[in-house]
Design a protein around this ligand. Structure first.
Ligand SMILES: O=C(O)c1ccc[n+]([C@@H]2O[C@H](COP(=O)([O-])O)[C@@H](O)[C@H]2O)c1
Ligand SMILES: Cc1cc2nc[nH]c2cc1C
Length: 349
């Protein structure tokens, strides 16, 4: 399934992009004056193979899983918050529910590896494992488990696309998951942990060295091979990180755009981009998280955030806010009058 998805990921459709660009240049505004909205519209044309695309159904996917590395004291919150928040997502009370309602998007929550069984109607139970093992002491999961988690993501993407999804916000919930995300971003960027590791849910400055030490031990003991992204995500990653990477690859293989959320979502995007570089064509950056490693990850992938909101929540909350901007960009492309239509004089020189 993973192989099939990878081989189906194509380049953007340059003809639709050129046509969209030509129309944007003829609309009643100085060329390029709508900045990133214009780039978004052109990218969407290339993704959808349509020079004047419209958004259909919008979906926020929240991949949830637990992390053995929390035993090292790397999070400000206890592990039971992961299942508690999953229940909150299903009851409609979390930030992602509110912002998704605001954006007219549906929320889909997937249990890829929560440490307990949950009896929560509406939850997609695709559990690969009851949380990862502590990667400071050995591999987080086996290679087979990592591939299964990626394939859960691909499968969920296909299922939702089949039901009409036209764009995804890719979010997550997993106490401890800024630690594996930091390991992944440090490995691929080669930057020192001091520049990558942040405070996650809000650990005190005194606890940051504990988090860095767990990552250092994890990298030393597991020796992840950066040339093999599945090795990296299995040894020092997470089940929801693999699941999100899969969702991004699955969507790209069906020419569906994915909006990358915060630090953890960007670590997943980095893994997806290392599995298949063309997948980045289908990715849209949303916001810049307060986690210091987020900018490093986005730069590595080549994504530019649309918003700077000082957020650091996760769940897909930044990504879903970008839906309105993407829709705005498409409406500009479709609805604005051209110079000719409106009888407005064009540039002198
Ligand atoms: O998206 C982000 O940039 C982000 C930054 C910090 C924390 N989070 C969320 O907080 C949790 C991870 O934080 P931590 O401290 O437990 O590693 C996880 O549930 C994430 O959704 C998310
Ligand atoms: C309450 C809470 C909500 C979250 N949502 C995503 N990560 C989270 C972490 C905590 C602690």
């Amino acid at each position: 399934m993973l192989e099939e998805a990878i081989t189906r990921i194509e380049d953007l459709d340059y003809e639709s992009m050129e046509r969209a660009q030509r129309r944007l240049d003829n609309l009643t505004k100085p060329r390029g004056s709508l900045g990133m909205l214009e780039q978004l519209a052109v990218q969407m044309a290339g993704i959808t193979r349509n020079p004047r695309p419209k958004l259909g159904k919008k979906v926020s996917v929240v991949m949830a899983a637990d992390h053995g590395v929390v035993a090292e004291g790397v999070s400000a919150f206890p592990q039971e918050v992961t299942p508690q928040m999953v229940v909150n997502f299903l009851n409609g009370g979390a930030a992602i529910n509110v912002l998704s309602r605001h954006a007219g998007a549906e929320v889909v929550c997937v249990d890829v590896g929560v440490a307990v069984d949950l009896d929560a109607p509406g939850l997609k139970v695709r559990k690969v494992k009851y949380g990862t093992d502590n990667f400071a002491c050995g591999p987080a999961m086996t290679r087979e488990e990592a591939v299964r988690a990626i394939e859960v993501g691909i499968d969920v993407a296909y299922e939702l696309i089949e039901k009409g999804a036209s764009i995804f916000a890719i979010g997550e919930m997993g106490i401890g998951n800024t630690t594996p995300s930091s390991a992944i971003v440090a490995l691929y960027s080669g930057r020192p942990l001091d520049e990558v590791v942040g405070r996650g849910t809000g650990i005190g400055e005194d606890r940051v060295p504990v988090k860095k030490n767990a990552i250092e031990r994890g990298i030393k003991i597991n020796k992840p091979d950066v040339k093999d992204p599945i090795d990296v995500v299995s040894k020092v990653g997470g089940l929801e990180i693999a699941g999100m990477a899969g969702c991004m690859l699955g969507a790209a293989s069906r020419r569906i755009p994915v909006v990358v959320d915060g630090f953890i979502s960007s670590a997943a995007a980095l893994i997806a981009s290392k599995i298949e570089p063309k997948a980045t064509n289908y990715m849209i950056g949303s916001h810049l998280s307060q986690e210091p490693g987020h900018k490093i990850a986005l730069d590595l992938i080549g994504l530019k955030p649309l918003m700077h909101l000082d957020m650091r929540l996760g769940e897909g909350t930044g990504a879903v806010l970008a839906f309105n901007l993407i829709e705005a960009a498409l409406r500009i492309l479709d609805e604005m009058a051209t110079f000719e239509d409106a009888g407005v004089s064009t540039e002198i020189a």
